[in-house]
Every structure is written in structure tokens, then in C-alpha cells.
Design a binder for this molecule. Sequence first.
Ligand SMILES: *Cc1c(COP(=O)(O)O)cnc(C)c1O
Length: 407
Amino acid sequence: MTRRARPAPRPRLAPADPGAAYRALQHAIDRAVRRVLRRGVYILGPEVAAFEREFAAYLGAARAVGVATGTDALTLALRASGVGPGDAVVTVSHTAVATVAAIELAGAVPVLVDVDPDDLTMDPERVDAAVRALERSTRPGRLRAVVPVALYGQPPDLPAICAIAARHGLAVVEDCAQAHGAAVDGRAAGRWGRAAAFSFYPTKNLGAVGDAGAVVTDDPALAERVRALRQYGWRDAPVSHELGVNSRLDELQAAVLRVKLRHLEAATARRERLAAIYAARLAGTGLALPPRHAGRRHVFHQYVIRTPRRDALRAFLHGHGVETQVHYPVPVHLHPAYAGRVVVGPGGLDRTERACREVVSLPIHPELTAADIERVADLIVAWTRTSDAVPAAAVGRACPVAPGAAP
Ligand SMILES: *Cc1c(COP(=O)(O)O)cnc(C)c1O
């Protein structure tokens, strides 16, 4: 008889570990789950209402509306901001495909602009160029909104983006799926635009034990519209006033999120401390590190470095028991669903395509210790000293690498 092989244990040194996040708060989460099971109200009940109040308060926003996913949050936030068929919406291609999908699910046409070459978030100059190019045109649609993404936890230049949008009468709807607690000039990411979408997918900085999302806004009328849209277009009575969807948040997820929200600031502070260790140890290696901007709080959903030899680096780390990830190996405009039909803004998407060849996400979640991060960083330093590592001068915008040069 052959012994059945045990599944390999999940590596601890990985970019995210939702199971470890549960175990860290197991007692409180188990209690919250039992409370919901015993109460017998499972959808849109008191836990959802309380979580909505508590999450809005955490951000300093007037309203939060719980929905089923981050994708739904963005779709419904766009619809409630007046975006629909015949409209165009500017966003980035270096993001989760959900950002772009949500724009199409709202009925609008996405227009993709390039990112800043250093922080990899939406470049305001490219937004400005796209807005000018599209302003007097009805193709691909009447420009209605801008969706900046706080990618990897790094908020984009929201003051500049919001100023451009305001000049042209466009709504800003923030994709904050990776940015719980991020801020610019002391104002939370999610409070710069007319509305913001958050995801609580299990690996996000605030993660449920299933799918969950929320729309955040200071506009009570917009919040009420999202409340109607998330449940068949119902308002006070079960009577539909417009085409809605079923995107309700359930009580179990809300109860778990309430427990985790109480620990979010501590978890974020931990991410910041771990990121500082990477920054100190990897400085001088020539690897491109996440830039720190004065006035912007990066919450390190991911710690993303760049090297043209990232596949070799990943293989090296894997050989030492360290798992990494690539978010995102293929830019959205090159996914089969979008290639050849998506609208690209002025200036093209060269920086986005290059980033997708060079980015690698290192382990960073709050259940890791300083010693874990030191170990990963020291492995990377050792790797950069091996003869096949790329010299420092080949990384960064001063010395572009030709397409296809990366292995
Ligand atoms: C996770 C994510 C989404 C989608 O959220 P889901 O909850 O998975 O639907 C949208 N945008 C970004 C940037 C994300 O990281």
C-alpha cells in the first residue's frame, strides 16, 4: 500500500497568507461567526450596518455601502456617479483586470493611460493629455469619469488627478481595492473622489473570508443610489426603480471584517515597518524599489521591486523557500479579452508594458517578522552579487531595456 502524500504546507514566506491572518485573530473571529449563525440573519443585517458605519468612520467618510465584491463596488460606484452607455472613462492598464472590467460592466468604454515610471500609478500628465484629446469628441464616448488606482497600496497623485478632473467636469471614482488606510496629505485614499471602491478579497489589507466589497462616499444621494443598485433597484419597498443587481454583503463577512477592522491600523503599521526593512537592506543594490513620496502614505499591500532579471530572481528565491508573485504579468490591454479593441490614450503604454516584465512582489503580510524580511532581503542582496545578476545601471528609467530583453 502506498502512503497518501500529504499536501505540501503553504509556504510562510509568501506575498500574502490569509490563513495566518485568521489564526492571529481566531478567537474573536470564531465568536463573531457564532454570533451571526445563532442570530439567524444572514444577509444585509445588523453586522453589515455596523460594518458600514465603522468602515466609513475609519476613513473619515460620511457613508459606506457594503456590496458583494470589489468589482461590484467599482461598477456600482461608477453607475451611481452617472456613468453609463455612451460614456468613456479614463483609467490605467497596469492594474487588476477588474478595474477595466468594472468600467465595461457599467456600460462605458475604458480609455487606458500610462503610469508614472517610478511609482507605477496613474500619470496625471497622461490623464491631462487623454482628457484634452477626447474632450471635443464623442468617440469612443463622452468622457465622464477618471478611475485612479492606488496600486500595491501606493496612492497616486490624487491632488493633481482631481484638479484635472474638476477642470473638465469629470467624476473621480477611486479604485482603493489595495489601499485601505492609504492617504495623501492626511486625507484617506477613498475620500478624494466623488466615490471610491474597496475590495475585501481575502488577501487584501482588510480581507474577509470570502468575497466582499464596499462603496465609500461623502454624498448621501450617491450612497442611496448604490444601496438601491445592490439589491434589484429597490428603494424603500421591494419595488425596482431601475435595473439593479444582486450584490449584497452577507453577515458572516461583515462580522469578520468588523473584527479585522479593529486591527487594521496595527497591521498597516507592521507592513510599514517590514517595508522599511526592505528599503534599508535593498538600498544600493540597484534594484528599483517602491518610491516614497512626501505626504503620501503607502500601505504596502504589496512590496514590489523591479528588475529586468525578475524571473531569475524569482527562481533563486523559490530555491530558498521564498515565494514571490508577479502582479501583473500581462497588462490589461494585452489580455485576449481586450487586445486589439481597447482604447489607448495619447503617449501609449510603454511604461506599463515594461513594468509587467520587471515587477515582482515580495513577501510582506503582517504575520511575518522582521527576521523573515531580513532573511528575504539578504537573499536578494546575495543574488545581486552573483555574476549573472544585472548591473545596477540597467535598472530604472535612465536606461530603458529593449522589449524582449528580459528573460
Ligand atoms: C482586487 C481588486 C479589484 C477587484 O476586487 P474583487 O473583490 O476581487 O472583485 C479591483 N481593483 C483592484 C486594483 C484590485 O486589486
